[in-house]
Ligand binder design. Sequence first.
Ligand SMILES: [Zn+2]
Length: 110
Amino acid sequence: MPFIYRCDNCRLASHPHSTEPDAAHDRDRHRAIAHHGLIPEDSITEHPGLIRSVISSVVADLANSTSQRSEQPQHWQQIQKTDYFRQAAILLGAGFVVLVLLSMLFRTGR
Ligand SMILES: [Zn+2]
């Protein structure tokens, strides 16, 4: 997942970095050169990759359609809003996709 540094004052963004410390290095360098060491309104954001974006949107759609269909207990709705649930759903979705791809691979090998 790429990390991108953005300076809102200058309306600039760094190239995507694979790690947050690399983006922080760009931030520190930009602050020193363009803002003389002062701290502008800036941020480092993590952008999910294409596959993670697609899976999380599918999971969100499924969660929304499920919650609209029936009344669910309060504690279950609270669990669904947690990051742990979301990550587990993403991992399950990714695991399912991998299993489907592996089964397709073994079928074509025969
Ligand atoms: Zn700036």
